[in-house]
Design a protein. Structure first.
Length: 251
């Protein structure tokens, strides 16, 4: 199996390569590219990988732009920081997606799906229509309000007034713009699917932050980033999320 990896985060690309080689020792990594421009040039030159792994958000744009510029002759498995609920509608034909950080089990399932399709139908190809379907599935309505209980009362909190969300002692908390915190009966995984990713970002296992809550971002140890929030709270961006965070922060 000949593979192309399109990923602009070096650590994520290296991790994916190691996982692929562990699961399929016979695999051949043809190239690791990190921009839309490089991918377009690669395919225009006549490259014919068996399957490609595309990170959705790259430094010079979205990998969907590759399909607009050149015919992609192989099936593509997307890798993404977007939540799994948003992308379920796109799991058709040869196309799959892997949620970062990529797990060994999910990668194995994607490879088996590709191998099954190839055995049944020959080498499947990716259609621009399917890429557009993904874009449409991502244009969903996100939750605008959350109901929380405080004492004997229930409050309705607007999503835009949430500065960040975090877990503490197995409880999920909202930090409101007024400084108060409220317990919420959702997990952070569920909230990723409900909050608009234009405004909220999952920095690590414990935090989801609103873009307007960020006061300062600095380089931290082990290729991570440290975020200082406006209320003085600090959190870090996991190494495997740094590239996506920078892209999100830059709009």
């Amino acid at each position: 199996m000949r593979v192309l990896i399109l990923e602009d985060e070096a650590l994520a690309a290296e991790r994916l390569q190691l996982l692929l080689e562990k699961l399929r020792p016979e695999i051949e990594i043809l190239a690791i590219l990190d921009t839309v421009e490089d991918a377009v040039g690669y395919f225009k030159a006549g490259a014919q990988p068996d399957v490609a792994f595309f990170d959705i958000q790259l430094a010079d744009g979205a990998s969907f732009q590759v399909f607009e510029s050149v015919k992609v002759p192989c099936p593509v498995i997307f890798t993404t920081a977007y939540d799994q609920y948003t992308l379920k509608a796109f799991k058709v034909n040869s196309i799959d997606y892997l949620l970062k950080p990529i797990g060994k089990g999910d990668l194995e399932q994607a490879l088996v799906q590709y191998e099954d399709l190839k055995e049944k139908f020959g080498q499947p190809t990716v259609q621009l229509q399917q890429v557009e379907q993904l874009l449409q599935s991502m244009q969903r309505q996100y939750k605008e309000r959350f109901v929380v209980k405080t004492g004997h009362q229930f409050l309705s909190i607007r999503a835009e007034d949430i500065r960040y969300l975090f877990t503490e002692h197995k409880t999920t908390w909202i930090r409101h713009a007024d400084g108060k915190k409220h317990a919420l009966e959702y997990t952070l995984e569920e909230l990723e699917a409900l909050l608009d990713p234009k405004h909220f970002f999952r920095t690590n296992r414990q935090y989801i932050v609103h873009i307007e809550a960020i006061d300062q971002t600095t380089v931290y140890s082990n290729a991570r980033l440290k975020i200082k929030l406006q209320d003085g709270e600090e959190t870090t961006v996991s190494r495997d999320r740094v590239s996506d965070f920078r892209a999100w922060l830059g709009g």
